[in-house]
Design a protein around this ligand. Structure first.
Ligand code: GLU
Length: 277
């Protein structure tokens, strides 16, 4: 068995709140219990929502909580050539295709939004797909069209989640052809995440339960790229006292705010430990 290697993968699009802290606490506990290590991945691909001051804030907040990771921090924006290499492999294997349909076309054709997690997109209509035998256009140096992964419709997938147990999905019914590269020349979360988890030797992915559905898309990418699949442990999401899911705009529960109010890391972590004892 390879030595346990986990990761903390915050997105610098807002201040971290108590819900993030709890997910990272799970990740840190899992690594500690397995005698392994953690790396810190800065998910900074989203150039529109990304802010440099949030990177500094998240690192400072994670240090304040006492989490320890291997240095240096891995920033996704620095790894574009790796994502591009994976894209080229998917292209060579004829597993992706360029898609010129707008988001509106897809929503209109797919009908009512699919009920799933927050990461769910409408199911891409198979009728929009080009034939698998049609010649594939080359990948341009600068990409200006969406590229999608052609999913194997009807295949039943299952994965054992360390927290939630057996999870199943049917390809084409629960999700459809998904983006691997965006027309603004940015790799998709799904592709970047799989490339990183595989190439950085992550043995277990610990993250919020909102990403369980993404896991199935990622399983297909691990397989297509010939990489071993890590273990998965999804953490229950935290709700506020009105029962609504915490979002980055919940400033009252931002770690910054708690710190200013005099809450200590020991209190925060002890609470997580007590809840999960
Ligand atoms: N950066 C993502 C988030 O903050 C997590 C991605 C992952 O853990 O795979 O939601």
């Amino acid at each position: 068995m390879p030595t346990y290697r986990g990761r903390l993968a915050p997105s610098p699009t807002g201040l971290l709140h108590l819900g993030h802290a709890r997910t990272f606490w799970f990740a840190a506990e899992r690594a500690r219990a397995a005698g392994g290590t953690l790396l810190l991945r800065n998910d900074d691909l989203d150039a529109i929502r990304f802010r440099l001051d949030f990177v500094d804030a998240m690192i400072a907040d994670l240090r304040w909580l006492g989490f320890i990771w291997e240095e240096p921090v891995v920033s996704q924006s620095q790894r574009r050539p790796r994502y591009r290499a994976a894209l080229a492999r998917l292209h060579a294997a004829n597993l992706i295709y360029p898609c010129t349909r707008s988001r509106r076309d897809v929503i209109e054709a797919a009908g009512a939004p699919h009920e799933g997690g927050a990461d769910d997109e409408p199911i891409y209509p198979p009728s929009f797909r080009p034939s698998a035998t049609a010649p594939l256009p080359p990948l341009d140096e600068t990409i200006a069209v969406n590229w999608r992964f052609r999913v194997p419709d009807g295949e039943a997938l299952s994965v054992r989640d360390g927290k939630f147990g057996e999870q199943r999905a049917v390809v084409g019914r629960d999700f459809g052809d998904f983006l691997v590269w965006r027309k603004d020349d940015v790799p998709s979360y799904q592709l970047a995440c799989v490339v990183d988890d595989a190439e950085l030797g992550v043995t277990e992915v610990v993250r919020g339960a909102d990403l369980i559905r993404s896991t199935f898309r990622q399983l297909l990418l691990f397989r297509a790229l010939g990489w071993a699949v890590p273990d998965f442990f999804h953490c229950p999401l935290m709700n506020d006292d009105r029962g609504e899911r915490l979002a980055k705009r919940h400033d009252a529960l931002a770690l910054r705010t708690l710190r200013e109010r005099g809450v200590t890391p020991t209190e925060i972590l002890a609470k997580f430990a007590a809840e999960n004892a």
